[in-house]
Ligand binder design. Structure first.
Ligand SMILES: Cc1cc2nc3c(=O)[nH]c(=O)nc-3n(C[C@H](O)[C@H](O)[C@H](O)COP(=O)(O)OP(=O)(O)OC[C@H]3O[C@@H](n4cnc5c(N)ncnc54)[C@H](O)[C@@H]3O)c2cc1C
Length: 289
């Protein structure tokens, strides 16, 4: 049964992304349960492109909006553990909540998730990582669902996760995932998580409207170094600025539009290419018209 409030026509998206920008989505669906999602997909006759959304911490939705259907996974956020210590998290669970859940059950290995402000679904899509770990290292498998409501389990090897990418066809959205963990000391896990939080406060602009790292690192370069060496730290376009603190972060400093942000990114790419001959690749996903 689809509740009326779960499907919305012409939904404003700007307050659902960390950048705080973006136009309207033609349709927006926010399932409250797995059952509701499956039944919606099985009977969906909107015939529009579908785009899954997590916490919106790695995405720009353009100002003209998205002429499709956004499925927001944020209400599917249950986290469970079995007797072998395998943790199952639904894709809308926040990474930090999964880290805290693991700590509360004295399970180690998931501490790095405390500092990533996204959901499990977004984390798998991006193979998110920090502090020497990444989703690939802890993931066992993921249950995915396609546009027709069909479910399939993919192992971590099937996904071919690599630095901020996966090779699974776009058709699949992530529903829930199983993670391995080891038995550990709650105090040590807590200490490690605290260190991660402290270190992020020092190195990243916290509490700002941003999308995290804008460009991917290359095999032989760090994106922030190229950006810095090309004189882009603090560069502005409209209301958007390259962070002084971490120059691979773009900040919506002063009512920026999506266009301000995207254009600033493109200016940086051009300057970096001119100075270093390297082509930066967007890590942030950009959707819409
Ligand atoms: C301050 C800040 C710090 C950050 N630090 C880090 C960091 O240290 N390491 C790191 O890796 N990233 C970092 N990020 C980037 C971002 O938090 C991660 O990429 C995160 O995993 C994105 O998750 P999300 O739920 O916000 O995804 P969204 O931004 O909502 O979406 C990102 C992509 O994932 C897809 N997606 C989302 N949910 C699903 C689903 N259920 N099924 C299929 N696809 C889905 C979307 O379609 C989109 O393509 C940071 C971002 C910010 C703002």
């Amino acid at each position: 049964m689809i509740s009326k409030s779960s499907l919305i026509k012409n939904k404003k998206m700007s307050n659902l992304t960390w950048f705080g920008v973006g136009g309207f989505s033609k349709y927006y669906f926010q399932p409250s349960s797995e059952k509701e999602l499956i039944s919606f997909l099985q009977y969906n006759d909107l015939n529009l492109p579908i785009y899954p959304l997590g916490a919106g911490s790695n995405i720009i939705i353009r100002d003209q909006g998205f002429n499709g259907l956004i499925i927001h996974f944020n209400k599917l956020k249950e986290i469970l553990i079995d007797e072998e210590g395998i943790i199952t998290a639904y894709s809308g669970a926040m990474d930090a909540d999964v880290a805290r859940f693991a700590r509360n059950h004295s399970r180690e290995g998931l501490e790095f998730l405390i500092g990533i402000p996204g959901t499990i679904g977004g984390g798998i899509k991006m193979n998110s990582g920090a502090y020497g770990s990444e989703i690939k290292k802890i993931l066992i498998d993921v249950t995915a669902i396609n546009e027709k409501g069909k479910q399939k389990i993919f192992t971590v090897d099937d996904l071919k996760l690599d630095y901020r990418t996966n090779k699974l066809s776009q058709e699949w959205m992530f529903l829930k995932a199983r993670f391995k963990s080891n038995s550990g000391s709650k105090d040590l896990i807590q200490r490690k998580m605290k260190e991660i939080i402290q270190s992020r406060k020092i190195s990243q602009p916290i509490g700002q409207k941003t999308g995290g790292s804008t460009f991917m690192n290359g095999k032989d370069f760090k994106a922030w170094e190229l950006i810095d060496n090309s004189g882009c730290r603090g560069l502005k376009n409209g209301g958007a600025i390259i962070s002084h603190k971490h120059c691979n972060f773009i900040i919506n400093q002063n009512n920026a539009t999506a266009k301000d942000i995207e254009t600033l990114g493109e200016i940086v790419r051009k300057k970096v290419f001119k100075k270093t001959g390297k082509k930066l690749k967007w890590e942030i996903k950009i959707i819409g018209d």
